[in-house]
Design a protein around this ligand. Structure first.
Ligand SMILES: CC(C)(COP(=O)(O)OP(=O)(O)OC[C@H]1O[C@@H](n2cnc3c(N)ncnc32)[C@H](O)[C@@H]1OP(=O)(O)O)[C@@H](O)C(=O)NCCC(=O)NCCS
Length: 168
């Protein structure tokens, strides 16, 4: 079946859906480095107000066959651009994460190198990144709110265009 994936600016009406996606316990466990309390709507709203007003953060809504299915973003951490994404659980396993990140990197943030952080055991996210050309560039540990403990984390890097980037 042909599928249509688009990225567009985030609008206020997307936020209740993003909040629902954020409530999912399985997704939280997977992502590990999440909001302290995913059910805190006020903190969620404050976070989105902040990132939508921040010119160094680029947010996009992922629309798949006309439905909002998640978000993808880049932000600056310690002076370096990083990407992040979250797909609603009902839409996992259809290639959306990979296609959305590839589209974001091709159309929206073409800065290179660009980085991502992922819990070492988040195999889905790691695979999405590797299919988009990222390679493991480091390892550390950090406190993961979703798990209440320190978790191993990988830093992945997408090097300069032409060096390693390819179609997923
Ligand atoms: C990680 C996430 C983005 C994957 O999205 P998705 O749309 O299901 O990913 P895709 O369908 O593009 O799958 C890409 C690859 O990862 C694999 N994969 C996906 N989920 C997986 C999992 N839980 N375990 C192992 N492999 C997995 C797929 O099989 C596919 O590999 P293949 O092409 O070799 O078959 C999604 O599960 C998610 O949003 N999780 C919660 C939030 C999160 O972890 N965000 C990232 C924070 S770093």
């Amino acid at each position: 079946m042909p599928t249509d994936l688009r990225l567009r600016e985030v609008v206020e009406a997307d936020l209740p859906l993003f909040f629902d996606f954020q409530l999912d316990p399985q997704a939280n466990h997977m992502a590990a480095f999440t909001a302290r309390d995913p059910g805190d709507r006020e903190a969620f709203d404050a976070h989105w107000r902040k990132i939508l007003a921040d010119p160094t953060t680029i947010n996009r809504t992922i629309v798949w066959n006309g439905r909002v299915v998640g978000s993808v973003a880049s932000y600056v951490e310690s002076g370096r651009p990083e990407v992040t994404y979250w797909i609603g659980r009902a839409h996992w396993g259809k290639g959306i994460g990979t296609r959305a990140l590839a589209a974001f990197l091709a159309q929206v943030n073409t800065a290179r190198p660009i980085y991502a952080r992922v819990a070492k055991d988040n195999l889905g996210s790691r695979r999405v990144l590797e299919k988009c050309g990222f390679r493991v560039a480091g390892e550390s540990k950090g406190f993961a709110n979703a798990r209440g403990e320190e978790v191993d984390e990988l830093l992945l890097e997408l090097p300069a265009i032409g060096k390693d980037e390819r179609e997923p």
